[in-house]
Design a protein around this ligand. Structure first.
Ligand code: 5GP
Length: 362
């Protein structure tokens, strides 16, 4: 585990509100309990429960959103989540979140996202590079910092880019509003759109106009795809040719063929799939087949808080479950740089970071 923590890694599938520390959630719940908004003892065991069905996970998200939906808290959790990923040597993080409106506290989708950006600015434990267009000029990678980053000590740097999520409960208009917001916030590090939320809700055709518009405008797209069996939707999603998909659990032969020929990279979230029982055991996880087929893959956490995991743990788990050595795991981490949504300058920097770290492998 320590070895995986010390190597550089990228995280491409992390939901902000799913990545909150348990200690922070409990503290927020306690405060709301004292104010009489919730009953703390009812909520405490829900937060601490470790095995949850997919259905229960979405109930938990509704609770988390009650705890986190004010600007100051959104800023705080963003700061903590970035610091937590940086502490395990994530050198590039694509953080996704669903912009939320809450008129009772004067929150618009834009002000929610401004609070997220404020959280990126508030990080002090590590140097955060989050603005995309304004920093297109390539700067040399500070090798001293990188050495430190790989040793888990001072001088760390993390690139953070944002994806705005469309929740499957949203209407076409609400989805379009999120895409327009993403375009407005490109200079603040927004690079793409994610489609997520309870897979039993909503229809693909509802989101399609917004996703098409996002693509026309040059935003990159990743879709939660195949979390439950839904052949028609999975096929439509693959035909759309998103830049990446998440999960890909409930595919049949025909969808596997389509996926492999399209070479769409898959964000694999092992612990999440097992905890939500989307996949019954790691022995039959599609990672093995896709890895053997050299299909583009990236290991991710999904919701490090909700599933009590970390990127290093996911690497450790994959290495032991699939009998892969350190070198193979390092190459897997390095190959993920090809699938990031940030611009070429960031890719070049990351390649340099991984090349430096590779020279030090034993
Ligand atoms: P947020 O967007 O509020 O920062 O992060 C939590 C939200 O991400 C959830 O309400 C849900 O919409 C989405 N999400 C988190 N984990 C999953 C997952 O495993 N599958 C799907 N489909 N959506 C998820």
């Amino acid at each position: 585990m320590e070895w995986f923590a010390s190597m550089p890694k990228v995280e491409l599938h992390a939901h902000l509100n799913g990545s909150i520390r348990d200690s922070t959630l409990l503290e927020l719940a306690r405060v709301l309990g004292e104010k009489g908004v919730i009953v703390f003892t009812d909520v405490e065991h829900v937060i601490m429960k470790s095995d949850r069905s997919l259905h229960e996970v979405f109930k938990l998200f509704d609770l988390i959103h009650v705890l986190t939906t004010d600007h100051a808290t959104v800023t705080r959790i963003t700061q903590e989540v970035v610091e937590d990923f940086a502490s395990e040597n994530i050198v590039y993080l694509e953080l996704r979140t669903t912009p939320k409106r809450n008129e009772s506290i004067g929150m618009s989708k834009r002000s929610y996202m401004d609070a997220v950006v404020e959280g990126l600015r508030a990080v002090s434990a590590v140097d955060v590079d989050f603005a995309s267009r304004s920093t297109d000029v390539r700067r040399p990678v500070n090798t001293k910092n990188m050495n430190d980053a790989c040793n888990g000590t001072r001088g760390k740097k993390i690139y953070v880019r944002l994806l705005l999520s469309i929740d499957r409960r949203e209407t076409t208009e609400a989805a379009m509003e999120t895409v327009k917001l993403a375009l407005e916030m490109r200079d603040l590090g927004v690079v793409g759109i994610d489609l997520s939320g309870n897979p039993t809700k909503g229809e693909w055709t509802t989101f399609l106009p917004a996703l098409k518009f996002a693509r026309e405008q040059g935003l990159q797209i990743t879709l939660h795809c195949g979390e439950i069996p839904n052949k028609e939707e999975i096929q439509s999603m693959l035909d759309f040719l998103p830049q990446r998909i998440g999960h890909a659990c409930c595919f049949e032969e025909e969808e596997w063929r389509k996926l492999k020929s399209s070479k769409i990279p898959v964000e694999i979230c092992l612990t999440s799939n097992i905890r939500t029982e989307t996949i019954s055991s790691l022995d039959i996880h599609h990672f093995v087949d896709l890895y053997k087929a050299q299909h583009p893959l990236v290991l991710c956490t999904d919701d490090s808080g909700v599933f009590s995991t970390s990127v290093s743990r996911e690497y450790d788990l994959a290495a032991s479950a699939f009998s892969l050595g350190r070198r193979e795991m390092f190459q897997l981490a390095k190959s993920a740089v090809k699938f990031i949504f940030a611009n070429g300058r960031v890719k070049e920097d990351l390649k340099e970071i991984f090349d430096l770290a590779e020279k030090k492998l034993d």
